[in-house]
Design a protein around this ligand. Structure first.
Ligand SMILES: [Zn+2]
Length: 184
C-alpha cells in the first residue's frame, strides 16, 4: 500500500503498531522535491531533483512488554535513502552525494520524560503525539546525515588547467584554511 503525502504527515503510530504482532511496516518511494528543508541550500534544486526520489522504509511496533506490563514502549524505526546534489568543495560543480538515514525512535508519554531520557538513550526519545509528521522526522534524519564537506571522488580544483605545475603533495594546512575562508 502507499500513503499520500498528507497521510505521512499525520500518522497515529499507536494505530500502526497495533495492526499486527510485528507492528506495521511501510515502504515507499517519495519525491525528493517535497523535502524542502533538506534542499534549502541546493542551488537550482527544482530542476536538479525533479526526478529524484527518497526511498523510505519505516516500521512502528510495540517492544516486548516487561513482566507485568501489558505491552512495551512504542518504537518507530526509520530508514531513508536518497542522493542530493551538493556543491563540490574542490571544483565547485554539483556532486550527487548519497544520504542514508537509519534511526530508531522510542516514544514516551510526555515532553518532560522525553527530555529526561533522550540524553542517556542511544535511540532518539520523543513524546508521543497522535498526529505525527513522519516526513518531518525522516527529513530531520536525512539533514543530519549530510556530510560537512561534499567532494567528487576525483576532480580538479576550480581554475586548474591541464599541464599546470602540480601543487605540493602536502599543502600547508594554514593555506588550506585561508582558501576555505575565501570561498565563503
Ligand atoms: Zn569536484
Amino acid at each position: 500500500m502507499s500513503l499520500t503525502i498528507n497521510e505521512w504527515q499525520r500518522v497515529n503510530l499507536h494505530r500502526w503498531a497495533e495492526r499486527g504482532v510485528d507492528g506495521f511496516s511501510a515502504s515507499q518511494s517519495l519525491p525528493l522535491s517535497i523535502f524542502s528543508r533538506l534542499l534549502a541550500d541546493v542551488p537550482d534544486a527544482d530542476s536538479l531533483v525533479a526526478d529524484a526520489s527518497v526511498v523510505v522504509d519505516v516500521r512502528a511496533f510495540f517492544a516486548p512488554a516487561s513482566p507485568g506490563a501489558s505491552r512495551g514502549p512504542l518504537w518507530l524505526s526509520i530508514k531513508a535513502e536518497t542522493a542530493v546534489p551538493l556543491t563540490c568543495q574542490r571544483c565547485l560543480k554539483p556532486v550527487a552525494v548519497p544520504l542514508l538515514a537509519d534511526q530508531a525512535i522510542r516514544f514516551v508519554a510526555t515532553e518532560a520524560q522525553a527530555a529526561a531520557e533522550d540524553e542517556d538513550a542511544e535511540e532518539d526519545v520523543l513524546a508521543f503525539t497522535p498526529e505525527l509528521d513522519v516526513l518531518a522526522l525522516i527529513e530531520d534524519e536525512l539533514i543530519m546525515s549530510v556530510p560537512i564537506v561534499a567532494l567528487h571522488d576525483s576532480c580538479e580544483p576550480e581554475g586548474y588547467t591541464e599541464g599546470e605545475a602540480p601543487v605540493a603533495d602536502r599543502p600547508n594546512p594554514f593555506a588550506v584554511l585561508a582558501q576555505l575562508k575565501k570561498d565563503r
